[in-house]
Ligand binder design. Structure first.
Ligand code: COA
Ligand code: UVW
Length: 334
């Protein structure tokens, strides 16, 4: 069975409630309709119920009536959620008035539903920039214990099966942390190894990417990646990690052998860890568009609850696929 079909099958065995705060957005509505038709998750849409129904009818979506629709302007738990927000952010000076205003924002409402146990996971970002999706999650759901830095991984499904694990690779950080320190980059590498095992289901071979291979260039940016590689190896001796490697040395066996002889990762990498968000975000979009790869994510690594982001350039199937991952995370399957 294909990767996504397996995810849907597993999710449908223990259905979870996934909140989609962008309930009036066309691709989100179409994705919700597919999810409800296939039945692998329960869907909560945030949006004015009349407008949601009108939009669904306009798009000819027949199963949207199976979704729970929550009105952000008029919701029975708004007051209780606002009290929770004040409690969580009282050290930051949050007042009840501010909280009652904020809770009308679907992105804040979605995270408070999760915090209150009224939803099991969230997928958003088809209509909102990543920073706007992340901030409510960071502020109210926060990071998982022991995590200091959240990052975003993409499961890349390539047409060319020569690369990675039969065409599947994991790229990070492509979404969250603009310029990690060596310590943070090491943490991102370890988190990505764990995500790879849990979600992609294969044993990670992690390449720490740079513009240098094993000292071929001298620069502080190269030093950062080399240090991060050593730190990551110390943090997770169970993971196979090597660096610093250029991207050709990481994925092309002959070049890996020439530039990094003896490396067990060079030429074999199935996980690429980028030195900055700039490089990771640019790289995943180029591979997605120019190599016609599927890019599922960004799967947020290190949040205390399953909350995942989308690119505003996502397709309907990208949303469906990410909901399948989120539902599995919520079910504890990964
Ligand atoms: C993630 C991001 C929104 C954080 O923005 P920010 O300006 O640092 O936000 P704030 O300082 O208000 O931080 C909000 C909270 O999140 C926390 N936080 C910020 N970045 C974090 C990270 N990577 N991991 C964990 N927590 C983080 C802060 O500690 C803060 O917590 P607090 O309010 O309880 O003190 C910002 O780094 C960003 O915009 N990143 C780029 C996202 C992007 O555009 N990606 C490209 C497209 S995918
Ligand atoms: C993940 C990402 O790059 O998101 P967007 O395209 O919305 O900026």
């Amino acid at each position: 069975m294909e990767f996504i079909e397996q995810l849907k099958q597993r999710a449908s065995e223990n259905k979870k409630r996934i909140v989609l705060p962008e309930g009036l957005e066309e691709r989100t509505l179409r994705a919700a309709n597919t999810i409800l038709t296939e039945g692998f998750a329960d869907v909560i849409l945030i949006g004015n119920p009349q407008k949601v129904n009108e939009a669904a009818a306009g798009f000819g979506l027949e199963n949207i009536d199976k979704a729970t629709v929550v009105d952000p302007e008029n919701h029975e738990k708004m007051d209780a959620y606002a009290d929770m927000m004040v409690e969580i952010r009282k050290n930051k000076g949050m007042t009840k008035e501010q909280a009652l205003e904020l809770i009308k924002n679907p992105l804040f409402l979605a995270v408070m539903m999760i915090k209150a146990g009224d939803a099991d996971g969230e997928v958003a970002g088809a209509d909102n920039a990543t920073g706007d999706v992340l901030r409510p999650a960071f502020q109210y759901v926060k990071t998982a214990p022991g995590i200091s830095v959240v990052s975003g991984a993409f499961i890349m499904i390539l047409k060319d099966k020569e690369f990675g694990e039969d065409g599947m690779m994991v790229f990070a950080d492509c979404a969250v942390h603009p310029n990690p320190t060596a310590e943070e980059l090491a943490e991102i590498a370890v988190a990505t190894g764990r995500t790879t095992r849990a979600i992609a289901g294969f044993e990670p071979k992690i390449a720490m990417l740079s513009f240098s291979t094993k000292g071929s260039a001298k620069h502080e940016m190269v030093d950062k990646v080399a240090t991060a590689t050593e730190l990551a190896k110390q943090m997770a001796p169970d993971l196979k990690i090597d660096g610093e490697l250029q991207s050709d040395a990481a994925i092309i066996p002959a070049i890996g052998q020439k530039k990094a002889p003896g490396s067990e990762i060079a030429g074999q990498a199935n996980v690429l860890v980028f030195p900055t968000l700039e490089t990771g975000n640019i790289a995943y979009k180029l591979v997605q568009r120019m190599a016609h790869a599927e890019a599922i994510g960004p799967v947020l690594q290190g949040m205390a609850a399953p909350i995942n982001d989308l690119s505003r350039g996502c397709s309907v199937s990208d949303i469906v696929n990410l909901v399948a991952i989120t539902a599995n995370q919520a079910a504890g399957n990964m």
